[in-house]
Design a protein around this ligand. Structure first.
Ligand SMILES: NC(=O)c1ccc[n+]([C@@H]2O[C@H](COP(=O)([O-])OP(=O)(O)OC[C@H]3O[C@@H](n4cnc5c(N)ncnc54)[C@H](OP(=O)(O)O)[C@@H]3O)[C@@H](O)[C@H]2O)c1
Length: 246
């Protein structure tokens, strides 16, 4: 098993990509702490992973709140003694044209996607440094590279994650900690269900692979980046988009 004896935190694990990553990590032998804003949603997933033979625990934590993030990492250390892997997956959209975008929509997306990711990274860096190793995987988006009309706040947050990833990778590389991003394209989840049929069709035509991605496609990449095999890969943004943008 690729992640035997490893301890991982996966944020936003109550559904979609986060759930798939938590499941994959459990299957590969990791002990996993799942979080999301809704305690019930994430508890149900942790319960089902335990039922499948995994070692999973869950807690309510809003990553945009620093105190919640510190409590999440403290709880992980209490329950599992260490933290080897952090997957910053929690994210939101508040789409609208930039000219019409309300300050609340700008602030919510930046505070959750970018600042929340930074809070989580900072909270695990100290224990990872003590352990002389760790893996941080930040879920960005291809939108952070190419931009998208109606998603200025989201694109800015996801581009920010790439800059954050590269900067922290340079700071902690000598301590055995790798920091990478994944930039998914169109992955079928609740987040993309909101997109109209017509827009989905247009996007499908842009994908050389000929289909939308699945949460499992992203989970496989996260597993690789979390593994010992990827020890010499850091500061990268790995595109998982079926060739949509190249
Ligand atoms: N789907 C795609 O095509 C796609 C493409 C590129 C990138 N991504 C990125 O991949 C990640 C997961 O996307 P998804 O499609 O799986 O989204 P999703 O189905 O909407 O799931 C988002 C998850 O994040 C949690 N969450 C949201 N805000 C949170 C907060 N402040 N604190 C803690 N948890 C929070 C949600 O649970 P609660 O609501 O209970 O908090 C849920 O578990 C996101 O960062 C997204 O931007 C997705």
């Amino acid at each position: 098993m690729t992640l035997k004896d490893k301890v991982a935190i996966v944020t936003g694990a109550s559904r979609g990509i986060g759930e798939a990553i938590a499941r994959k990590f459990c299957q590969e032998g990791a002990s996993v702490m799942l979080c999301s804003r809704s305690a019930e949603g994430v508890a149900a997933i942790a319960e089902s992973l335990s039922g499948e033979g995994g070692n999973a625990k869950s807690t309510q934590a809003d990553i945009s709140n620093k105190a919640d993030v510190e409590a999440l990492v403290d709880l992980t250390l209490q329950e599992f003694d260490r933290v080897d892997i952090l997957v910053n997956n929690a994210g939101i959209t508040r789409d609208t044209l930039f000219m019409r975008m309300k300050d609340e929509d700008w602030d919510a997306v930046i505070q959750t996607n970018l600042t929340g990711t930074a809070y989580c990274m900072r909270a695990v860096t100290r224990p990872m440094m003590r352990q002389r190793g760790g893996r941080i995987i930040n879920i960005s988006s291809v939108i952070g590279i190419v931009g998208n009309a109606g998603q200025a706040n989201y694109a800015a947050s996801k581009a920010g994650i790439i800059g954050l990833t590269k900067s922290v990778a340079k700071e902690v590389g000598s301590r055995g900690i790798t920091v990478n991003a994944i930039t998914p394209g169109f992955i079928t989840t609740e987040m993309t269900e909101k997109i109209s049929e017509a827009d989905q069709q247009k996007m499908l035509e842009m994908i050389p692979a000929g289909s939308f991605g699945t949460p499992e496609d992203v989970a496989e990449t996260a597993l690789f980046l979390a593994s010992d095999t990827a020890r010499y890969i850091t500061g990268q943004a790995v595109q998982v988009d079926g060739g949509m943008f190249m």
